[in-house]
Each structure stands twice: as C-alpha cells, then as structure tokens.
Design a protein around this ligand. Sequence first.
Ligand SMILES: [Mn+2]
Length: 314
Amino acid sequence: MSAVVVGHKNPDTDSIVSAIAAADLMSKRGVPSQPFCQGKIPPDTAFVLGSFGFPAPELLGPLAGKKVILVDHSDRGQAPEDLDQAELLGIFDHHKLGDITTSTPLFFWAQPVGCSCTVIKGVYDYYGVEIPRNIAGLMLCAILSDTLIFRSPTTTDEDRKAAKELARLAGVADYEALGMEMFVVKSAVTGVPARELLFRDYKDFTMNGQKVGVSQLEVVDIKLLDGVRADLRQAMTEAKAEGRHTIMLLLTDIMKEGSELLVLSDDANLAEKVFGAAATDTTYSSGNKNKGVWLPGVMSRKKDVVPKLEAVFK
Ligand SMILES: [Mn+2]
C-alpha cells in the first residue's frame, strides 16, 4: 500500500505541488507514495498543473491504518482530522513548527525558506535523485507562487537559486513572465462566490484558546477587488459568527507590495495592537466605507502577520 502524501487544508499551489514532488522523491527512494489534496484545487494551481500536463491529485480519503507524509504544514489545525489513526513517516515544511507529535521516529526536512518546494529540491539534490522535467516546472511555479515572484519578505537566496535551477530543468526561459501569468489567473475573482474567495487561501489558528482565522488574496492589482469588497465583508461577518474570535483578510497587491487589511474581531483594538498606528490610519478608507487600511510592505501572512498576532494573543 502506497504512503499518502498530503499538504494542508484549503490547498495552495505549494501544498499541491509539494505533495506531487515529495511523492515522486519518496517513491524513488523506495517508499511507494501517492499525492493527495485536502480540498478544491484553486484556479491558479489548475493553471500550473495544466501548463505542465499533470492531473490534479485525488481528494484525500480516510487515513486509518495508512502511512502518511505531510508537506507544507505541521499543525493539527491544517492536517487531516484522522491523522492520529495513521503512521506519520515524515514531514517536509517551511513554516513554524506546529503541534503535531508522533509515537514513532520520523524524518523531518524543514528550512526557513520561502517555499516547501525549495526544501524538497534540496532533498532531491541531497540524495542525487533526478527531478523529472514536468515536476521541475511545477516546483518552479510553487516557488514563484509562495514567494510572490520573489517579492515576499519570506524569499531567500535558496529560493532564487532553486527556482533558477528548476527553470533550467523545466526548459522555462522567462520564469518571471510565467509567474505573472499564474498571478493573473489567481487575480480573476469576478463571479466567484465571496465565501469561496474568503476560504480559498485561509488558515485557522488557535491563539490562547481562541479561534483566529487569517485569509489572504493575492492579486496583480488591488483595483480588481473593488467589486467584491462588500461581499467579502459579508462573508467575513458570517465566518466570524461560526465561533471565531477574529477573522482577518489581507488583500495583497503583489505589484504595489503591500496589503489592505480587513478585520473583524471581538477585540475592537486588535488591528492597532498588531500593526500599530498604521492600522488606524483612516485616510485610505475615506472614499469607500468597505475599504480597510493599507499596510505598505505587508505581504506575508507567515512572516508579517501571524507572529505579531500571536504576540498580542499571548
Ligand atoms: Mn508553502
């Protein structure tokens, strides 16, 4: 029976592609493995899979009695509900250490880099395993996606180096252009239900016993979101009513290199506590009551938002 390789809930391109790449690598290392996903494939990921001729991984089924490898997370909140009924063989990740524990030894490949695929690329190299051309193309796109084409503060030289080598392996000449194409697909929000947009790239965290949700939409031009902002506010109100202390939405403009913050919280002063005076600036919101505050340079949930939120909740 193959081991199951799976990324986090509300999967993004890195989570899907890391599962594909890790399953390929593990299979070649003598652990037959198959990639799965926990949820709907987002449009930009579908574009990436299509570009390199890959089928979407199947939706994950029950894990009881199976062997599992996790990619792109080590948090219970992001993992399959029945993880405890499986044997966890290992983890590939680039996030803060989560709360998953094991009763047996495991391998754990983690680095503070911009993308899980950068970590996996390093493991391919470590074992001298060749990366297939189309998987190299997928991994390249995952790095471009997670690092916002190297604009995110999470980007490291390791990510740039890995992307360059993967582009060569995949035969992609202009990979920044490919990244822009992918983000243009990601930016197409018209006609998509607001709740689906809110939960597309969404993570729930437990902070000091409170449920805190942080969502992010990354677009090539924030003006593209003008028509959906009011509906997003409504979707946030509904999501908050489902038992969350706080729900935050970052509308990230990858070209302007900053994010507009929308927040609903039991703590009316939360945004100010997390982001300081910048989060109380009303000049940006004067024109449109649905607009949030513009936070220049805030690009990364992982680096710019979650650590600050956790510090406030402590
Ligand atoms: Mn990732």
